[in-house]
Design a protein around this ligand. Structure first.
Ligand code: MEV
Length: 422
């Protein structure tokens, strides 16, 4: 059977339709209708003048907690989906990815300055008024509790630097929750500021530090699923562990290692209509000199397996915001079988881990340029206007002289091919 990646776009759509993975309405969104109608786009941002489409593709072969998935990814970099699919395939042959998720809420900070700092004023006030604070929080967003969310914890933190804060831990239910959390924080801030003489309210805002929304995903890969033409699987596994260890000690390398992880994560976050900036802020806030990356790779000597693990904060939602407005985001969530927020966190962390594996396997064996260049040539050939039956010839021409590969060369190659076939 022809592999999914070998099909043309229309053949892929036909296959998905025949598998009942998509219906006729989905096909209309993907092919016929503008993916983002102007009426929707114009109300999403200020001064809207158009849309900015990027390709949506499916990463194949994911097996996550026993469920087989094709994962939608929105990304402009040619190799990202191929890389995620390749690693997912190797991981699936050893049982797939296994996730665990903690999603306890988002923290909001209500920050004060003023003459009563470093006194007992704020801690005492919060202690004595916690019930009222909880009521103000409830009244600011009464429907949150019916959706399983609500204010979970109120605490006070006092610094020596001229600031004191009330921290609210708010469970946003299935939403990512920025609006809910900020609405509650501002209401509680107003209630407190009106009653706290000697303290000035500086601001009330959610924190993008998401230590209460962490996900772990683990993968095992038999050595036998890792070899290349020139290297056996065990050698590849040990070199991957060395590469991962080097990222832990080298800030220069860690930045690139992490970019490879974010290649996968950002593409699924974008495809599902979540907030890429929020995810990146949270993920990078988790790193430090002691912890330069989110992944760890080791060897299980007994089972002769490479073992990878990612542990990362991913403050994601499964409803609300762009997820509920963007037709493509709704479509992506449908393809993922309508995951709740925890499941989506597990899926996205798993794609990050797979992307990391693929990048390292390429780096420690043949290097990344060979694979990248093939995809780059394909992209140049398509930009030059090559039809599916002309693609391979244009790519072969570009590959023959990589130093001269450009859009101009692709156009001349295409013209030559068309002239000789006349
Ligand atoms: C390229 O987009 C990402 C890589 O550089 C990641 C890495 O080096 O691990 C291949």
């Amino acid at each position: 059977m022809t592999k999914f990646y070998e099909l043309s776009t229309s053949e892929r759509l036909a296959q998905l339709r025949s598998e009942d993975a998509i219906d006729d309405d989905d096909l209309r969104v993907l092919v016929d209708e503008p993916a983002l109608p102007t009426a929707v786009a114009a109300n999403m941002v200020e001064n809207q003048i158009g849309n900015f489409p990027v390709p949506l593709g499916l990463a194949d072969h994911f097996l996550i907690d026993g469920e087989a998935l094709r994962v939608p990814m929105a990304v402009e970099e040619p190799s990202v989906i191929a890389a995620a699919s390749n690693a997912a395939h190797r991981i699936a042959r050893t049982g797939g990815l296994h996730t665990s998720v903690h999603r306890d809420g988002t923290t909001a900070q209500i920050v004060f300055t003023g003459v009563s700092l470093n006194s007992e004023v704020l801690p005492t006030f919060v202690h004595e008024h916690e019930a009222e604070i909880r009521k103000v929080a409830h009244d600011a967003h009464p429907s949150l509790e019916t959706h399983g969310g609500g204010l979970r914890k109120v605490s006070v933190s006092v610094s020596d630097e001229g600031f004191e804060e009330i921290d609210l831990l708010i469970d946003p239910g299935e939403a990512m929750g920025a609006n809910v959390v900020n609405t509650i924080a501002e209401a509680v801030a107003k209630y407190c500021a009106e009653r706290l003489d000697g303290l000035d309210l500086l601001m009330a805002i959610l924190s993008n530090n998401a230590e209460n929304q962490r996900v772990q995903s683990q993968a095992r890969i038999d050595f036998d699923n890792l070899p290349t033409r020139d290297m056996d699987g065990e050698q590849v596994a040990r070199r991957i562990v060395a590469a991962a260890h080097f990222a832990e000690i080298s800030p220069l390398r860690a930045a690139t290692h992490n970019k490879g992880i974010m290649n996968g994560i950002n593409a699924v976050v974008l495809a599902t209509g979540n907030d890429t900036r929020n995810i990146n802020a949270a993920a990078y806030a988790d790193l430090s000199e002691q912890r330069r990356t989110w992944t760890k790779w080791t060897i299980d000597e007994e089972r002769r397996q490479l073992v990878g693990r990612i542990d990362i904060p991913l403050p994601l939602g499964s409803v609300g915001g762009a997820m509920s407005t963007l037709p493509m985001a709704k479509f992506s969530l449908k393809l993922l079988h309508h995951p709740d927020a925890k499941r989506l966190m597990g899926i996205i962390a798993s794609v990050g881990l797979a992307s990391n594996l693929s990048a390292m396997r390429a780096l420690v064996t043949r290097g990344i340029q060979k694979g990248h260049m093939n995809l780059q040539f394909k992209s140049l050939a398509m930009s030059a206007g090559a039809k599916p039956d002309e693609l391979e010839q244009v790519v072969a021409g570009l590959r023959a002289d990589p130093a001269e590969a450009s859009l101009g060369t692709a156009v001349s190659l295409l013209n030559q091919i068309r002239n000789t076939s006349k």
